[in-house]
Design a protein around this ligand. Structure first.
Ligand SMILES: Nc1ncnc2c1ncn2[C@@H]1O[C@H](COP(=O)(O)OP(=O)(O)OP(=O)(O)O)[C@@H](O)[C@H]1O
Length: 304
């Protein structure tokens, strides 16, 4: 049986043996979440098969996940297409029930910033959209303007506050979606490939916003396929076919464990590490002793 409950202490999330399965109904390709009691019983059977869709039409997309996220962590979640990253993000945000296992979470507000901003924009104007979430949270009307302005200022959209949402670019909509979450003062922000539609400047701005939120104590879950974004996280969780195949520091993810030769966890996952890491590894292979293994371009000056 699955169990979801509140968590105290230092953790924001604790997942134990969490699986998420979808029931594939009929031959239409239509899916539904496998969450009711009858299906849970079926899942026990499905679990023995372990693989993708079994004869009962049950498909596991997350399998036996054990994961702890501490409050104030910045965790990057990586993995190939279809590995289960968004599903994990939705589970953490409370939008998807777990089929098996236990999910414990602290009481704070968790907000998900989707890959496609249209999915979460509801207001007609920028201002209305940011205020919408505040109204839903029953924030007193006299507090709303300051919170909405601060959030829009943070993402660089304050001067567009009267603009109609339909006039925003995809990237600006993404930033508006983030502003909505900021105004609500979410304790945990789950960014699901939130930079995928952004130009380099907006991408850097969003990363910068995330870094500032993290410094201010917010918990950030950053789902991405961009390895240079992973390098900014405190911890990396890599998924493959719904399982956690790596959990640890970005340095270990990109350079491997101390003394280990050959493939790094990043290599095994099939991703190319950030350019600065590639250069540093090439130097190490030629016998150059580095003072520090760099992860970010700004650390380049320190490593030779
Ligand atoms: N509602 C659903 N019903 C059935 N299967 C689903 C459903 N949602 C997702 N899946 C399947 O679960 C698997 C994991 O999907 P998910 O979106 O979590 O992967 P992802 O790692 O975020 O992929 P991407 O990088 O492409 O966004 C995929 O194979 C997907 O087809």
């Amino acid at each position: 049986m699955s169990r979801e409950q509140a968590l105290g202490g230092k953790e924001a999330f604790r997942l134990q043996g969490v699986s998420v399965a979808f029931a594939v109904t009929g031959g239409t390709g239509e899916h539904r979440e496998a969450e009711n009691e009858t299906t849970t019983n079926t899942l026990k059977h499905a679990g023995r098969n372990g693989g993708s869709a079994n004869p009962d039409g049950i498909r596991f997309v997350l399998r036996d996940l054990d994961l702890e996220v501490r409050r104030g962590d910045w965790v990057a979640v990586v993995g190939r297409n279809g590995s289960g990253k968004s599903t994990l993000g939705r589970v953490l945000a409370g939008l998807l029930p777990v089929s098996r296992g236990t999910l414990e979470r602290s009481a704070g507000l968790v907000q998900l910033v989707f890959q496609t901003p249209d999915a979460q924009i509801v207001g007609e104007t920028v201002w209305e959209d940011v205020c919408f979430g505040l109204e839903n949270l029953a924030v007193p009307p006299d507090e709303m303007p300051a919170r909405a302005e601060e959030a829009l200022l943070t993402v660089g959209l304050l001067e567009k506050k009267h603009a109609n949402v339909s006039t925003l670019s995809g990237g600006q909509k993404q930033l508006l979606a983030v502003a909505g979450c900021l105004a609500m003062k979410a304790d945990v922000l789950v960014f699901d490939e939130a930079t995928s539609m952004l130009d380099p400047e907006s991408r850097a701005r969003l990363l910068d916003v995330a870094a500032r939120l993290h410094q201010a104590g917010q918990t950030v879950i950053w789902i991405t396929q961009w390895m240079d974004e992973v390098a900014r996280a405190q911890r990396v969780v890599a998924l493959e076919v719904g399982r956690v195949v790596f959990e640890g520091a970005p340095e270990v993810f990109f350079y491997g464990r101390e003394g280990s030769e050959g493939q790094t966890p990043c290599d095994s996952l099939g991703f190319a590490p950030p350019y600065v890491v590639q250069v540093a590894r090439a130097l190490e292979r030629r016998g150059v002793a580095l003072r520090k293994r760099p992860l970010l371009p700004e650390e380049v000056g320190d490593f030779v």
